[in-house]
Design a binder for this molecule. Structure first.
Ligand code: GDP
Length: 538
């Protein structure tokens, strides 16, 4: 059975079977391993832009990937699609990968605008770690439904109640056990599947095998004793009874509004608990949701196609300088070759070679439905936050651009190459990898990022993709704010604050400073001007 929220029509089956989600976790909790197992069970697949760049491009790309690997981070988000079939039918899962490192939180935030749910992976021995907490807060801002996977149960892990308590306490969300672990560490034998009354036994010998699943008729079923040693069985019964008293039952509506998370226990590396989690995603998903937009929201079942850009990745193939805009379809049934209106510029765009990230390679997307992620190669017209429709002037909202927290000046190693540098910087700015500001006084650029590591990644990408060694250096500015107000007020303001004024890559006016005092002064002295730390992308 699919869960349809109250007061919502039943979606067309092609849309209703789609599940678009991201995985959030602290580095090392097992996100990559879990993703691999998803793909394994889904009979898939390709990871967009990650594993299959070809020929020369592969080497360059993988150098860059090597840097990601060295640091244990994944710098670029990507999308993958795969199928999952169970007794309820065939589901299409769209997994949008999020960069795990906190330096890339803005990218992550935008990725999370493109999904309908998140899977939170935690390490059973470590519990809720700092990065999980941060990413969770982002999900909370959007009331995203969360499914939790407690990984590495094959190792010594914490007490089950303790883990659940920690999630409830630290993240202020109710937790309901979807499964319950039996034994710990070396004695861990599997889980009791609470939602489906099954016993799942882990196979330690074959890591890629789906666990043995035994149907159980309640906790008094004698079959339990055939598979679970007496002492562990007694403990399981006690704990489950306690859990029933202390913890809320599964409630799809509470999960959908983000106030309750079901938790599955397992071991990704042993392929254990993964299938049950996938069953959970299929059942509680949820299906593609309503998209907030102006002047009206977009319903997934609308027959007209609409979608929005949540990520732009430049130079996936450095030889071709191609750019791929990742578009989340918000409504309708898309066909290759369709003409869509690019709402920001009001121009028609023929979408002739959209890509879908599945099967053994990037594939041309002959069709796609609301909920899907397609890649649209383009020459820079498509920017983050852009909306595409069949003509109606709707603009998807809620995709912010954050003020960077770190600013540095940047200089080309070879001064004759500064024009090249400008081009490279603009490209990265449009990709959303950094903010680039051109101060109105003086030459040169100020680059803004959220975390220090991004400077290093940028420097190495500029060198790799443009053959341009660059140096980042201290900037006289430390903060950037967007300037908002009526044109006249802005003109007057910029005229008398020239030394602080810059333009971002969209040409919007930005106020740069190193003192909070300056920002307070503007707030006080210019009542018609509003300085903001975020800019809604449009
Ligand atoms: P990520 O940083 O979250 O993507 O984590 P990875 O998937 O790369 O996993 C981090 C480490 O934990 C790797 O060495 C994995 O082999 C290991 N790992 C992942 N899942 C499990 C598990 O279920 N049990 C154990 N013991 N190790 C695991």
């Amino acid at each position: 059975m699919l869960d349809t929220p109250k007061n919502r029509p039943v979606l067309p089956p092609e849309i209703a079977r789609r599940r678009t989600f991201a995985i959030i976790s602290h580095p090392d909790a097992g996100k990559t391993t879990l993703t691999e197992k998803f793909l394994l069970f889904g009979g898939a697949i390709q990871m967009a832009g990650q594993v299959r760049a070809k020929g020369e491009a592969r080497r360059t790309r993988s150098d860059f990937m090597a840097m990601e690997k060295d640091r244990g981070i994944s710098v670029s988000a990507s999308a993958m699609s795969f199928d999952f079939t169970n007794k309820d039918g065939e589901f299409r899962f769209n997994l949008v990968d999020t960069p795990g490192h906190s330096d890339f939180s803005e990218d992550t935030y935008r990725t999370l605008t493109a999904v309908d749910a998140a899977v939170m992976v935690i390490d059973g021995a470590k519990g809720v770690e700092s990065q999980t907490q941060k990413l969770f807060e982002v999900c909370r801002m959007r009331d995203l439904p969360i499914l939790t996977f407690c990984n590495k149960m094959d190792r010594e892990s914490r007490d089950t109640f303790e883990i659940i308590d920690e999630i409830q306490e630290n993240l202020a969300i109710d937790v309901t056990p979807a499964s319950w672990p039996i034994g710990v560490g070396r004695d861990f034998i599997g889980c009791y599947d609470i939602l489906r009354d099954r016993l799942e036994i882990m196979d330690r010998a074959d890591r890629n095998k789906v666990s043995e699943s035994i149907e159980i008729n309640g906790l008094d079923d004698p079959k339990l004793a055939e598979h679970v040693p007496a002492a562990q069985l007694e403990q399981l019964r006690e704990e489950l009874e306690m859990a029933r008293e202390l913890l809320p039952p599964m409630d799809a509506a509470a999960m959908a509004e983000g106030s309750l998370t079901p938790i599955w226990f397992g071991s990704a590396i042993n392929s254990f608990g993964v299938k049950e989690l996938m069953e959970g995603i299929a059942k509680f998903g949820p299906e593609p949701q309503i998209q907030s937009a102006q002047p009206r929201e977009i319903l997934p079942e609308e027959t007209k196609v609409s979608g929005f850009v949540f990520k732009v990745q430049a130079n996936m193939d450095p030889k071709h300088r191609d750019r791929v805009a990742f578009v989340r379809l918000a409504s309708g049934h898309f066909h290759r070759g369709m003409k869509l209106t690019h709402v920001r510029t009001k121009k028609p765009m023929a979408i002739s070679s959209p890509v879908l990230f599945l099967a053994s390679d990037r594939e041309l997307a002959e069709e796609a439905w609301a909920g899907d992620i397609i890649g649209i190669p383009n020459h820079g017209q498509l920017r983050i936050g852009d909306t595409l429709t069949e003509g109606e002037a709707i603009r998807v909202t809620g995709i912010p651009s954050f003020a960077p927290e770190l600013l540095q000046g940047v200089r080309a190693g070879d001064p004759l190459k500064s024009k090249h540098l400008e081009k490279a910087l603009m490209q990265f700015a449009e990709e959303g990898a950094a903010k680039v500001f051109k101060p109105s006084i003086g030459s040169g650029f100020v680059v803004g990022v959220v975390g220090q590591l991004q400077f290093e990644v940028l420097a190495s990408r500029i060198e790799l993709e443009y053959g341009l060694p660059v140096r980042f250096e201290q900037s006289q500015f430390t903060s950037a704010r967007w300037v908002n107000g009526e044109k006249q007020a802005i003109d007057k303001f910029t005229e008398s604050n020239k030394q602080h004024i810059a333009h971002d890559h969209d040409g919007d006016i930005v106020y740069l400073t190193r003192l909070q005092w300056d920002i307070d002064r503007v707030d006080r002295d210019y009542p018609d001007i509003r300085l903001t730390a975020t800019k809604e992308m449009m």
